[in-house]
Design a protein around this ligand. Structure first.
Ligand code: SAM
Length: 398
């Protein structure tokens, strides 16, 4: 039976005022302390019956295994973060994305899990009040990324951070975690990050900390720096979150590509193949003859910066450069170390530490995008283990 169905079986007439007020808080009914019992009962019944309190139809409370911590993830993409958290033993109560392909991918790989295809801001979270251990999300980051126009919180995608803060204030989980690009730290001289932390901490309920982690130091064959902002309820611990320690083993592209299953992949046009024939492993446009460099880079030839992502060929013996949403645009080439072609979908997935069994739905470009957007599964798993450890310690010392 779902919790909603269970609620409809409760006889509210038998509940005292304190219990009714607690139910009101759970359902997000405010300003009701001074109301008589009869009015509280009416408010609760109306709220439970209203369509806005009913989650989207496929939103069932799936049976949670005993002694597990649960999580809600908004903007869950293809499931890099959720797969890693699940490998760490955490249980997803709800996974959300507004992209159809992402939701189909999530459904295929996480059967039986409650997946909601909707903008995250349109979901009613009140049924989850008091039931959630962890709220997480890779709230979109284009607004803060080095590559984008960097409008930050003034970009509608950046403003989704405010929506996340609203969900946080509704659900009040024990811990929340936001993953985002490193560019968030420097955006608007640090003002954007300050605003985000202030917004997340408006309630004063959480001890918030953040750290930039490089996935290549956590068992992932890829240099990928991402910020993790984490808050823990002050009522369960005064200690800020302790991040996982870096590993000494550093997997490289050779490890990732060993026995990789064959799969679909993008192709380079003949001209790009000709250029890559001149570039060694770990090299880039800089390895071309100067005349070819000038012709390929055009105006950006004199623009400064290393531009090492341009015409970049991966090295078998190093971690990959950060994988992006497409493997073959001018600024994002990550050519196979030996062959003159972009990485295939399965090679992309291997470098993001997805299992070979994790399937992706959609067109070729959609699949690359889903994989390129993901939190590497292994990094997510280690964050999941650290979350468990932090929360277990907090409850033991409380
Ligand atoms: C960086 S990706 C998340 C990747 C995911 N954490 C993973 O590990 O696979 C951001 C996702 O947010 C989704 N998204 C953007 N705006 C959204 C919104 N308003 N509601 C729900 N999902 C949204 C996008 O479709 C995209 O899949």
């Amino acid at each position: 039976m779902s919790e909603q169905q269970a609620d409809s079986n409760i006889d509210f007439n038998n509940m005292n005022k304190t219990a009714l007020l607690a139910k009101c808080t759970e359902l997000g009914i405010t300003k009701c302390k001074s109301k008589p019992r009869s009015e509280l009962i009416n408010l609760i019944k109306t709220k439970l019956a209203s369509p806005s309190s009913q989650p989207t139809p496929n939103n069932e409370f799936v049976q949670q295994p005993p002694n597990t911590l649960n999580f809600i993830e908004v903007c869950a993409g293809a499931g890099g973060l959720s797969s890693g958290l699940m490998k760490a033993g955490l249980f997803p109560l709800l996974l959300n994305d507004f992209n159809k392909d992402c939701c189909e991918t999530l459904k295929l790989n996480h059967p039986g899990i409650n997946i909601i295809h909707s903008p995250m801001e349109k979901i009613d979270y009140t049924p989850y009040i008091g039931r959630v251990d962890i709220l997480t999300g890779g709230v979109p980051c284009q607004a803060f990324s080095q590559a984008g126009e960097r409008l930050g919180l003034n970009d509608p995608r950046g403003a989704l951070m405010y929506r996340f803060a609203e969900i946080l204030n509704t659900v009040k989980p024990k811990l929340f975690m936001i993953e985002n690009v490193k560019g968030l730290l420097s955006h608007d001289n640090g003002n954007t990050m300050r605003t985000i932390i202030e917004t997340l901490n408006a309630s004063g309920l959480y001890n918030i900390t953040y750290k930039c982690l490089d996935a290549s130091k956590y068992g992932v064959p890829q240099k990928r720096e991402r910020i993790f902002i984490i808050g823990i309820l002050k009522t369960i611990t005064q200690t800020p979150f302790v991040f996982p320690t870096e590993l000494t083993t550093r997997p490289v592209v050779r490890d990732a590509l060993a026995n990789v299953p064959t799969s679909i992949g993008a192709k380079y046009p003949a001209e790009k193949i000709r250029l890559f024939q001149m570039i060694p492993q770990g090299g880039c446009w800089i390895n071309l003859p100067v005349a070819e460099q000038i012709q390929y880079l055009g105006n950006s030839y004199n623009s400064g910066g290393g531009k090492r992502g341009i015409l970049h060929r991966l090295s078998m013996d190093k971690p990959s450069l950060t994988l992006l949403c497409t493997p073959s645009q001018k600024q994002t080439e990550r050519c196979h170390p030996i062959e003159n072609r972009p990485l295939t979908v399965r090679e992309y997935a291997r470098i993001q530490t997805f299992d070979d069994t994790h399937q992706f739905i959609g067109s070729l470009s959609s699949q690359y995008k889903q994989i390129g957007n993901a939190v590497p599964v292994e990094l997510a798993r280690q964050m999941g283990l650290a979350i468990k450890k932090n929360l277990e310690l907090a409850t033991q010392t409380n």
